[in-house]
Every structure is written in C-alpha cells, then in structure tokens.
Design a protein around this ligand. Structure first.
Ligand code: BGC
Length: 925
C-alpha cells in the first residue's frame, strides 16, 4: 500500500481528522541519537510517545509504521524498509527488517504511530544512522607505530623517576605524533574511521575531530578493538589538507590496575605493571572522501606517514601526563609543516584483533568546576578545593617564563594540616606536569591521555601566586544520558543522592569501574552486578552496558567462569573468579533486559551464560557451594560472624538459575527455561536444607545472610516472615545499625521493606552513627566511600592501603530510595508495567523522584500535610501502573473517589490500577 505523502497532506489531514493523541519523538537507533556508525546490519529502533494534550490519560499506542530510506533519498519513492502499519504497542527494540544493509550505508528513518482508535500521528522528524565498518575487509588502513627508537621511552624519564619513593622506578613513555598531507578535489562528504591499540586523538587541518577522551577505550584487545567514526566533512579543504594523530599508551601498553603492586613475573622493575597487551601502541585511521563526481578516495594510515615525539613527554592513565610546551610542534597537523626530519611510521604486524564500531557512549568532558578555595599550605605549595570529588583532569592557566615547571598533584582528601593525602592512590602517581614556553599572553593546558579521581589539587612551581582561576576541574566520564532525580525533606539524604550520582559518573568511565583514583580502576564484576540496577535509575546505561557486557563475555575464562574483573589483563585462570563477582555474567544482562526490554543482549550472550552455568553445575555437583576460587565474600562487611563463601555461592547459584529460566523464557527457549526452573528449585532446596532452620532462622546468623537469602527468594513463603523477623532483630539489637558488606547492603533495605520492616529500613537510611550512609555525609563525603569508615573528621583516612572515596557499591541503596521511599519501579520488562508504591518512613515528610523509562518520564512526589497524604504521580504513555498508597482514608482525586476518575482502570482498598497521565491523589494516613 502506498503511504500518504507526508509534507503537504498532513496539516490538512490534521485539521480534518481528530488530532492524534500521541506522537513519536526522541528517536534512537541502537540506543544512540543519530549514530554515525552502528556496529550491526540489523539495527533496533525506538522512540518515545508525546501526548498532544498533557492532561490526557490512559494513552497507548495501538500501531506503528517505520520507514527507512537512503540518506538523501525520499521515503516515498524507494524506502529500503517500510514496515507497513504494525498493530503493536511496541516502541523500542524493533528490529530493522528491510533490504540488507552493508558497511557505510547511511540512512534516515521516521515513524508514525496510531493511538486511541485509529488516529495516526504525523510522521516524526527523521532520525539518521550510518552503518560502520562491519567487515575486516573494509579496513585498508594499516596499523602504524613509531619506529623503535622513538617508541619506547626516553632515558631521562627513567632516570627522573628512579627515585620515586613510592613506586621505585617507573617507565613513562612520551606520546607519538603522526602526520600526513594530501590533496583532494571538493568533497561532498568525509568520514573518518579510526582506532588504536592505545589511546589517540586526531586533528584535521589543525582542528580536533572530536572532544572525546581516551578513544577508542578499553576492551579485551586480544579479541576486539573498537573504532570510532566521525563525520569530518566540515574540516576538509578543497585542495591541500593535513591529518595528524597523537597516540599514547593508554590501557594497552601503559600502567594498568594494581600491576605494579603485584609485579609480573620475570619483568624488570618499572616494566612490571604495564605492557599487559603489548609494548608498542599503534593507530589505524581511514579517511574516506566522497567526491563531487561520485567517486571515492581513501586516505589511510601507512608507512608514508611521518612520525615524531612532541610536547607530551610522559603520558599514562595512572601516573599522569607531562607536557613541555617548549617542544610544541606548532602547525604539525596543518599543511605546510616541515616534517622532512621526521622518520616514517612503521607498520605494526601481528595484530589480528577484530575491529568494530564502539557500541557505547564516548568518554568526554562533561562539566567544569571552579575551586571553592585555595590555600598556601607551605611556601610555594597551593592547595585548591573543588568542593566535589570528581573524575577528570585540571585545566591549568599560567603565565611565566620558558622553563618554569608547574606540578599538579591530585587527591580525594587532605591530611589534618592541609597537605594532600595521596597514600590511598597507592602506585598511581596521579601527577601532571607542565613546563612553560614563556608566552607573554599566558598559557593554558589540559592533560589529554590521563585522568584522576580527586577533589583537591596541589600546585607547586607555579610562577607567582595562583588565584582561584589558575585551575578548573574538568569532569570527564562516559557520556551516559543522565535522567534521575531525587529529593526529600531530609537534607542528609539529598546530599547522599548527589554523592551517589557523582560516584556513578566518576565510575561509568568506559566500563563500570570500582574507583577512579588509585591503581585499580577496573571493571570489577561484583561491584557492577551490585550497582547495575541502581545505575539505571540515574542514567540511560543501555549502550554503555551493551559495550561492557561484550568485554565481560570476551574475557570469560575458557573453562566457563566469568572473571572477577573485565577486561582482565592481570588475572590468571583458575585463580580469578569469585562467587557474587562471576555472577555478574548472568545478573547484568538480566537487569538490562528488565529495564530496557532488551532481549538481544540475552541472545548475544546466551551461549556464554549457559557455559557458565554448566561449569557452575560441574564444579559443585553435590550443591554444597563452591570455594575453589578467590574468595572475596561479603566484601568489607563488619559482621562478627562472617558469611561463608559456600553460603554465598549456593545462594547466587540458585538466583542465577532463576534468572536464566526467566531469560530463556523471554527469548523463546522454553525447554531450557524449564530446565533452569528445575535447577533453581534444586539448588534452592539444597540451600534450605543446608542453612534454613524450622523457625526461619539461618544457621549463618548475620544481617547479610538474611538479606541475601530473602532477596533471592530462597526462603519459602511460610517462613519468610519469621526469617525476616530474625533479620529485624539483629538490626535492632545492633542499635539500628548495619554490619553488611558489599553483598549484604544492596538487598538489605529492599528486603526489610518487602517483609514489613519498612520502619527499620527507614531508620538505617536516616542513621548518622557509624556505620551508615549518614555517617559518611556527616564526615564530609561528596561521593560514596569504599568503606563505611573511609575517613573520620579529626582522625583522617582509615586504612590508606585500600581506601577509595569514590566506590559505588554502597550507593546501591539508591534502588531503595527511588523504588521504595519515593516508590517508582518497574513491574515488567522494559517498564511496560509499572509499580508505584511510595512509603513514608521516619521523619521524612516529603520525597520526590523521577526518571526516564523507555516510554517516557515516570515520577512520584509525595508529601504528608497535616495528616493528609498527597501523591503527585506521572505515568508515561503506553504503560499501566499498579499504585499502592499508604494510609487509611479513602483515596480521592480531584475531589472524587479515585475509582471514578478518568484513566483509573480499577481502585480497591489501597490499590489503584491506572493508565498514563498525571494524577494527584489524596488520602489520610
Ligand atoms: C576493589 C573492589 C573489588 C574487590 C574485590 C577491590 O580492590 O576495589 O571494589 O570488588 O577488590 O574484592
């Protein structure tokens, strides 16, 4: 059927027909807005629905139509896909089903929807997407490196660092510069595909092609390297052009994790701790020019490129960067630069990792922060306070003479006398150095290939006295779209929520890391699975996790276990998996499916997850719980009675089996679903017979054990209340204080609330005595700490050998703040069904939370006013919400009983079922 010509007819149609109640907007392809290069030929589309009348209720899409056309072509002549009108409420995860797509295709797409009867919306404004280079053969560019004498290190650097008191000898290598000139007739389009084993930036005719940092990120390089693609049409000249690339070690060949602490066998001091993937970084870039006459020319990295060292004399993610402005190569990435003395780049061979488009969000500067104070703590040493612990770098503004050397050190906390406390950074030097060229107009510098976790900055060697303007904090992290908000009547909780957000931001840095400051910054899998659901309340992490789940599955051990961190450059097989860490391989994909309705992630990793479960079964045939791994347990727990590893292992085994059954069902593997249901029942039974007593008491009698068992639904219904009673008593007897570590804290408040002990959950939440979230806030935290007592005012840093001030695991309580206190949660995959159940507690008199679901905004704001309970609720289109309100009085809306109000489908007792819309319910407590 031919579709209506959209442009001239729609306004007319709109006046004749009844206006459509919903229209599509916020179009996304593979979770991205107008992506330049997706990594699949079968993209998924999504949109959100906008009500024409904000006051309308109970709106739902009944059908949609998608059209995809070549970019520049018309939708009506020759669409490459026309879905036709599809009777469906789906607005996301809709797979392209048109003509086959290939690398470099550029397409536009649009969608229209039908709602309330048969009213079609207008066509949406078009979205765009490009297909990246999908095939190894698409790459004609060579991997190039600097020749050996340039590639390694300068003697100076080694000597300079020989005396480092903390780290001993460090080998720090300079960044390499590469350039090439070319001419071209006028281009209609220029696309740059680029990647590196290392980290890079590219400039065209003197201008950066992107503000991204540390591209192309970290992956399991031995298998997969990501590429970034940029539309650089605007940067190309007719005629002469120059392209330049800067390359540094990054995660590929620089210092990574705690390698320097543990050492690598057989390596010299200084070399240990780096070179996990390779010694020599390499870059690969392919600039594709489409000419006016329809032909194509490609400029590729090869040995015709020239290379040099330059101003970046040391560059390392953990150690920091040094820049000597006297060595600047002015004009090096523009035409006409004299590069005759530069040697040719060499070709890097033996690299056969797959290169594919980066599926996640880029790392980039997001925000700038000005210091709140500066203090001279010793002659010539100035300490600046940003007022906020962040991940990123410092931009330095300085005026002085050539050769002046400014050293920038970073720290999360101070000693009592105002000095930086850097002990907790362990082997991360986290020091950047700038040597001035002596520009009378002043100089500005921002390090490129490093980042730090810090709130405080120390400048030494600054010519003159720096004012507050001398430094600016540049906040850098993965650009996951942020959308969560929380606010309530307790200022401590409000600060805590901000701390959670800042910690998430600092650690959603190319992968979910444990911390941004010390020599670690790894994708610890335990931390990731604990926090992933909380993260989804605050930001759209679908693309970010799509990427990291590939890292995790790429680095699954070949015997089946998932590793304790991914990527896993340091770990050795057999010693690096752990109960509750390895289970991230199942829990994280399940969570992404639950929140985003994404079943592709399940399909993509199904075989690996299945292998993991097979191995889990073989390893523990008698279902006693495994112990043959690195045993972290309920990490950083304060309990006297520790939770034994077999307990944790068996509990997670049962939980995994249940999630596997649900996922199998969701992708139509019904036989496997049945198999996993059976397995879950068997493991649960084994757990019960090992640990559960007839009176609901667990033989492991500590808070975490109860919280985990209840949260994973391992306790039979008839003993749940008794079991929860034991948990409640343990907490009460401990003065309403926790003893839980990473594993027990995440489920603790949610299970208390779910089992009728919401008052205790509230008391824990508002607690300010150690150990508690309030204690951190009272002691000045601006991010979530690794330990409950990371820092004590007046006493300083506790246990600096392992202490991070930006560790998100304990921030998982965000789930309870949003889901229970404010009361918004999903009740079916993809928020197709929503649960709204605000639950006042303690001294809190109002709370408000909001987030974006795939259907649109969801929020609940409640307040207690003179015995009345008022809840303002926004339910996105296309969903149904099950609302439960507290109190006793009749529930009314607009002065009428709730059941009589538009949009309400059912109302009995405290429960209401409602369609989309904004509601203001009133009741009495
Ligand atoms: C990390 C953690 C991680 C743990 C394993 C630590 O060094 O920072 O967050 O999960 O090791 O127990």
């Amino acid at each position: 059927m031919r579709t209506t010509l959209a442009i001239p007819l729609v306004p007319l149609a709109a006046t004749l027909l009844q206006a459509a109640a919903l229209s599509p907007h916020e179009l996304r392809c593979e979770y991205h807005e107008n992506p330049v290069a997706i990594g699949t030929a079968v993209p998924r589309f999504s949109w959100k629905l906008k009500p024409a009348d904000p006051a309308a209720r109970g709106l739902a899409q009944t059908a949609y139509q998608i059209q995809v056309a070549r970019d520049g072509g018309g939708f009506d002549d020759k669409p490459v896909w026309n879905s036709g009108k599809v009777a469906s409420a789906a607005t996301a995860q809709i797979e392209y089903a048109g003509e086959p797509l290939v690398s470099r295709d550029r397409l536009q797409w649009r969608v229209r929807v039908w709602s309330d009867g048969d009213n079609a919306s207008d066509w949406s404004a078009p979205g765009f997407f490009g297909v990246g280079l999908l095939d190894a053969n698409d790459w004609t560019a060579l991997w190039i490196s600097a020749p050996e004498d340039h590639a390694f290190t300068t003697r100076e650097n080694v000597q300079n660092m020989a005396d480092d008191p903390v780290r001993g000898k460090l080998v720090l290598t300079p960044a390499k510069y590469f350039r090439k000139e070319f001419t071209t007739p006028k281009v209609t389009r220029a696309t740059l595909h680029s990647t590196a084993l290392g980290v890079y930036t590219i400039e065209l005719n003197g201008k950066r092609v992107s503000d991204e940092r540390l591209a192309p990120g970290w992956s399991a390089y031995q298998r997969r390297v990501h590429a970034r693609t940029y539309d650089v049409t605007a940067l190309i000249n007719d005629g002469a052009n120059a392209i330049g690339a800067t390359l540094a070690d990054g995660w590929y060949s620089g210092y990574v994790a705690y390698g320097l602490l543990t050492g690598q066998e057989g390596l010299a001091p200084g070399i240990s701790g780096r070179y996990f993937y390779g010694v020599t970084p390499a870059i690969r870039a392919q600039l594709e020019l489409e000419l006016d006459d329809g032909t194509r020319r490609t400029i590729v990295t090869d040995t015709t490129w020239k290379t040099s060292l330059g101003p970046i004399t040391e560059s390392d993610i953990l150690m920091g960067e040094s820049y000597d402005a006297r060595r600047e190569l002015t004009g090096w990435s523009a035409t006409g630069f004299a590069d005759a003395s530069w040697p040719h780049a060499v070709c890097k061979t033996g690299t056969d990792s797959r290169v594919e488009p980066h599926p996640g969000m880029p790392v980039r500067p997001i925000e700038e922060i000005k210091p709140v104070s500066v203090r001279e703590i010793a002659p010539g040493a100035h300490v600046f306070d940003l007022g906020q612990n962040i991940s990123g770098v410092v931009r330095l503004k300085v005026k002085g003479k050539a050769g002046d050397k400014v050293r920038i050190r970073h720290a999360e906390v101070l000693h009592g006398d105002g000095r930086l406390s850097t002990e907790n950074l362990r082997c991360a030097r986290a020091t950047d150095t700038y040597i001035l060229k002596g520009d009378p107009a002043g100089e500005t510098w921002t390090p490129e290939f490093t980042y730090h976790g810090f709130q405080y900055i120390e400048l030494t060697g600054f010519p003159g006295t720096p004012d507050r303007d001398a430094v600016t904090g540049i906040v850098i992290h993965s650009d996951t779209p942020r959308h969560g908000r929380f606010e309530c009547s307790d200022p401590m909780l409000n600060r805590l929520y901000q701390n959670i957000l800042w910690t998430q931001r600092a650690n959603f840095f190319e992968m979910p890391t444990d911390c941004p400051q010390r020599d670690e910054r790894m994708g610890w899998t335990g931390d990731a699975q604990i926090y992933v659901r909380a993260a989804t309340y605050n930001a759209d992490i679908a693309a970010f996790y799509t990427k990291w789940l590939r890292d995790l599955n790429d680095d699954q051990w070949d015997y089946g276990a998932y590793p304790a961190y991914a990527p896993r450059p340091l770990a050795r097989p057999g010693e690096h998996h752990a109960a509750a860490w390895m289970d991230a391989g199942v829990i994280c994909p399940w969570t992404i499916w639950q929140v985003y309705g994404d079943t592709r992630v399940i399909r993509e990793h199904w075989r690996n997850m299945n292998d993991f479960m097979e191995w889990r079964g073989i390893r523990d045939p008698e279902l006693k719980g495994g112990t043959d791994d690195c045993n972290f347990g309920d990490w950083l727990s304060l309990a006297d009675v520790k939770t034994p590893i077999p307990f944790i292992d068996l509990a997670y085994h049962a939980y995994d089996a249940r999630l596997m059954a649900e996922m199998a069902q969701a992708i139509g593997r019904t036989a496997e679903a049945a198999k996993y249901r059976e397995r879950a029942a068997k493991v649960t039974a084994a757990f019960r017979s090992a640990y559960l007593q007839p009176d609901g008491k667990l033989s492991v009698h500590n808070q975490s054990a109860y919280a985990i068992a209840l949260f994973f639904e391992l306790i039979p219904q008839e003993r749940r209340a008794a079991c929860a009673g034991h948990l409640a008593k343990l907490i009460r007897d401990n003065g309403n204080r926790m003893t839980t570590g990473f594993l027990g804290t995440r489920p603790l408040l949610p299970v208390l609330t779910a089992t009728g002990h919401h008052d205790i959950a509230g008391a824990l939440m508002q607690q300010k005595e150690y150990p508690s979230w309030g204690y951190e806030v009272e002691n000045g935290a601006t991010t979530i700490w690794e330990r409950w007592n990371s820092y004590i005012k007046g006493k300083g840093v506790h246990e600096p050998s392992m202490n991070s001030f930006s560790h998100y695991s304990f921030g998982a309580v965000c789930e309870w703040m949003m889901g229970d206190l404010a009361g918004i949660d999903s009740a079916a995959p993809g928020f197709d069904r929503i649960r709204i159940a605000p639950k006042p507690t303690g001294t809190i008199t109002h709370a408000s939370a909001g987030m974006e679901t795939r259907h649109g905004p969801l929020s609940c704001a409640w307040k207690i006013d003179n015995g009345a309970f008022i809840a303002n609720i926004v339910i996105p289109p296309n969903t149904t919400a099950d609302i439960t309100l507290p109190g006793r009085g009749e529930i009314t809306e607009g002065g009428q009983p709730a059941k009589d109000r538009p949009g309400i489908r059912e109302a009995t007792g405290r429960k209401i079922t409602a369609g989309s819309g904004s509601y203001r319910f009133l009741t009495t407590l």
